[in-house]
Design a protein around this ligand. Sequence first.
Ligand code: SIN
Length: 286
Amino acid sequence: MTVATATTFDIVPLSKHIGAEIRGIDLHDTPDADTIKRLRQAWLDHSVLLFRGQKLEQEDLLRVTEYFGAVGPLGRPPKFFPRGYSRLLPNIMMISNIRENGETIGALPDGEMNFHHDMIHHDLPHNGTLLYSLEIPSHGGDTLFASGYAAYETLDPVIKAKLEGRRARHFYNYGSTIRNQGGIGATAQATHPVFRTHEETGRKAVYVNRLMTQEIEGLPQAESDALLEALFDHSERPEFVYRHVWKVGDLLLWDNRCSTHARDDFPSDQRRLMLRTTVQGTVRPY
Ligand code: SIN
């Protein structure tokens, strides 16, 4: 039987607006209920948590995911496993550019990705995502996180007044990583408020993104395009962003309700392999 342990840990902010590293915790061990409560609060306070140097089995990753909510369903097991790996548990997704027998074994394989909220094109988007690194390229492939709270709080009041109470439509071509490029057909679309209130923190965040948001409902196309472009540029300002340079064994957890993330390009001839789980959504965005 596993004994749950009370753990003291340090919370070290990673940037002014978003992200904190949790130091002093080995997630291979099972923390007690109070430790989990404090981790959850750190996630709400900082939107992104980083745990370095973790040695996690897939079972550990699913267990850790559950500290933050119900594990989200993810289908599509790979047809092939990469060299050195022989299994993938349900509800874990491989994000990888590795190819076996000429086919990609993972999702979102190659290169740069625009900023996005995971699953915003569904009525009940995922609350959170966890990404655990197993193999990384020698350079590139950084993941960037932007604070939707900071973007909302500093937004031009004229733009804010125009958009308060409006909804935006989101659409995603599965596999697409750059706005209006690639992909293999829309899996779903949904509309949500342009500014989302986080149901647990009560704070408001900008809730549109460059990869998936198509239009602001009820506005002429040209006005909607101009406002979205202004929102994307504002939300991605470097001072709202934490750039994560990966090491093997890093686990990142982010809150999709109040942050977006993007990915840098990386060499296509180098392997990148991550395991990903999600935390299910609990309330419709409002
Ligand atoms: C994702 O957007 O879920 C993937 C990010 C990454 O590969 O760094």
